[in-house]
Design a protein around this ligand. Sequence first.
Ligand SMILES: [Zn+2]
Length: 169
Amino acid sequence: MSAIEIIKFPDPILREKSRPVTDVDGLLQGIIDQMVETLYEVPGLGVAAPQVGKSLSLFVYDMTLKEGEKQKLTVLMNPEIVSREGEEIAEEGCLSIPDYWEKVKRSSRILVKGIDRHGKEIRIEAEGLHARLIQHEIDHLNGVLMLDHLSSLKRNILLRKIKKAKKTG
Ligand SMILES: [Zn+2]
């Protein structure tokens, strides 16, 4: 088992709405293990299944990743935001749109429900960066990207940058 390369924008799989997970089987566990391995090799806090080419409602994240603390992995499948409160704007990046950060407005507090890797129902209360990360990953499962939250002016600047980077890289 090894890490998988993160799929980059504008790959069309990033625009697909992912399928809910229905079978918590060995095949699924293999996909999760690969995603976890990928998570700990990339410079990001979370990885959503579409980013590794799987159109499944599943993401993995670890908020402690950047703090040198003990790892605290969360695997969340079929997530649904039950309630949200407040709004905040902060800089955000995406592994599928490398080297780009922009301010995005998100709910400041959310309650999410879903299932863990064994199919057990879980509820997560999150705020601040944690809430932002979950909203970003859930967007991925719906085929929504960070750039969809930007003003058309900022989005056009970003798209031009990506085109340019492709030409020179
Ligand atoms: Zn992302």
